[in-house]
Design a protein around this ligand. Structure first.
Ligand code: XMP
Length: 323
């Protein structure tokens, strides 16, 4: 019968058989799937696995620390954290166009990841032949069931690395649905904050700032987002909403009054949605008192924000993210 215990036992045996005494690497995104896949592989092969986490500086408050501390504490995994904030911010300098932002973030991400990979591979140690991926069953079905090897090209200055490095994929979650993945993660001892995490886009807060991305704006958005998350959690609404993007309209200012002075600050948008699969979504009818609390706290506590607005658009026509 299906139990998380059985799934873990079975996968651990399969991974050991597949990898043997060679090594594997895994990119962590902070999301549920890669975290559970990594934890499962770590259970099977211990420090033959190295995880790489690229900190692009676009994460929310506490997320990087969660991976660095809580995930490592729970799994004992060997983790390489690459601090790439400056690199991403300088690549994004003065860029406001959403698609351009996405392209830049994706491109830099691959570069940084490949570089880290090359450094791991270049050390003395058994061959690194495996790449762990958190592919789920719905992903397998959607992509027509194909598998095999990933062709990770390395066109960068990475001494001693083959032109085309082929990895075999390790995909221990290929038969599982999201809720099963969460159960497996829980059984593996991963922290609740990781296992129950709501979806968060790869490009992070970079696509939640309407306007150019700067460190200052990111810090401001991180503060507002942390308040919204805190209050939604306190109100017990985490399971009711699919996710709640918090967006900074950096290119918009409006007049306000705070204390006894006029302000000319930025609006923050709350975008709570309910959804089954993110393909369509409806705006969440959050209790007014929760919205009021979030609004009061954000305008009181976040510098330069003097207005909080609620997005009441379904998808379609609006997407969940603003960019
Ligand atoms: P949209 O904005 O298209 O978002 O309605 C649908 C879902 O996808 C998430 N999203 C992303 N996830 N990389 C990701 O990993 C991305 O580039 C990305 N863009 C959007 C979004 O948060 C929502 O859950």
């Amino acid at each position: 019968s299906w139990t998380t215990g059985n799934v873990i036992e079975e996968q651990v045996a399969l991974i050991r058989e597949q990898v043997g005494d060679r090594r594997a690497i895994c990119g962590l995104s902070g999301g549920v799937d890669s975290a559970v896949a990594a934890a499962l592989v770590a259970r099977a092969i211990g420090d033959q696995l190295t995880c790489v986490y690229v900190d692009h500086g676009l994460m929310r408050k506490g997320e990087t620390e969660q991976v660095e501390k809580d995930f490592v504490a729970a799994t004992g995994v060997k983790l390489v954290v690459v601090d790439a904030e400056e690199r991403f911010l300088s690549a994004l300098k003065d860029v406001s166009d959403p698609e351009e932002k996405r392209k830049i973030i994706g491109r830099e991400f691959i570069r940084v990841f490949e570089q880290a990979q090359a450094e791991i591979i270049a050390d003395e140690g058994p061959a690194v032949e495996f790449l762990v991926q958190g592919t789920l069953y719905p992903d397998v079905v959607e992509s027509g069931g194909g598998t095999g090897t990933a062709n990770i090209k390395s066109h960068h200055n990475v001494g001693g690395l083959p032109e085309d490095l082929e990895f075999q994929l390790v995909e221990p979650l290929r038969k599982l649905f999201k809720d099963e993945v969460r159960m497996v993660g829980q059984e593996l001892g991963l922290p609740e904050e990781i296992v129950q995490r709501q979806p968060f886009p790869g490009p992070g807060l970079g696509i939640r700032i309407v306007g150019a991305v700067t460190k200052e704006r990111l810090d401001l958005l991180r503060d507002a987002d942390a308040i919204a998350r805190e209050e939604l959690t306190a109100a017990g609404l985490d399971r009711d909403i699919w996710q709640c993007p918090v967006v900074l309209l950096a290119d918009v200012r409006s007049v306000g009054v705070q204390g006894d002075g006029r302000t000319y600050g930025h609006p923050i948008v709350l975008r709570p949605v309910s959804s089954e699969d993110a393909m369509t979504a409806d705006w969440s009818r959050l209790p007014y008192d929760v919205l009021a609390k979030i609004s009061t706290r954000i305008t009181n506590e976040v510098r330069d924000v003097n207005r909080v607005v609620l997005d009441v658009t379904s998808k379609p026509p609006g997407t969940i993210e603003w960019e």
